[in-house]
Design a protein around this ligand. Structure first.
Ligand SMILES: [Zn+2]
Length: 204
């Protein structure tokens, strides 16, 4: 027997359940990953999020890798020269030892430079209630994904993939073209050695 007004084939409205309130920041933390190619504004986005946290009087600590000495040690700097103070560390585990008990937000720039332990470190900080914001390259100059960045994208609650603009054709670009012939996987440059390229204009 059909209920009056029921339409055959129409899905019944689901039972309305109260939506769980978001308690972000009270008990648990979380991980935000900001990834993309060079010139996609990753560090700028990281700095923007960190500054908003500072405005809200949250306690923020920022780390970068000791390899990333593009502009100056002990700060992170975007290509548009926005900067925030940061602690340069050589190993991922060093971060765990340096995060203060009352720190609420942890920012990490250029995560792809770090060893594999960075994933555990970020998870452990988030498990202990910290908001962890990481920024990094998702692909190397050959267009091969960085394993560390991919694993962080996998465990993060929030992933933002930034695109740059292709220097050749102007389309959205997700690759970093190395202009020099250097074959080192990690080359730290201020940008003259690279340009953003789309899938079509990228040369392996
Ligand atoms: Zn292009």
């Amino acid at each position: 027997m059909r209920r009056a007004g029921a339409t055959p084939g129409r899905l019944r409205a689901p039972l309305l359940r109260p939506v769980a309130p978001l308690h972000w920041g009270q008990a648990g933390g979380w991980i935000e990953a900001v990834v993309g190619s060079m010139f996609s504004g990753k560090t700028q986005e990281l700095i923007r999020r960190l500054r908003l946290a500072v405005i809200a009087r949250q306690r923020v600590q920022v780390f970068n890798h000791a390899l990333d000495s593009r502009y100056a040690k002990n700060q992170i700097v975007s290509h548009d020269l926005a900067k925030v103070p940061a602690r340069a560390v050589a190993k991922a585990k060093d971060i765990l030892a340096l995060v203060q008990p009352d720190t609420q937000v942890v920012g990490i720039d250029e995560v792809q430079f770090f060893d594999e332990a960075i994933v555990e470190v970020c998870e452990s900080l988030a498990d202990r209630g910290r908001r962890v914001i990481v920024a990094g390259l998702d692909q190397d100059y050959r267009g091969v994904p960085f394993p560390v960045t991919c694993r962080l994208m996998g465990v993060a609650e929030f992933v933002t993939k930034n695109l740059a603009i292709c220097s050749v054709c102007g389309n959205p670009a997700n690759r970093s073209q190395r202009l020099s012939t250097n074959k080192k996987l990690i080359e730290v440059g201020t940008g003259d050695e690279y340009e953003a390229r789309c899938r079509v204009c990228f040369r392996r």
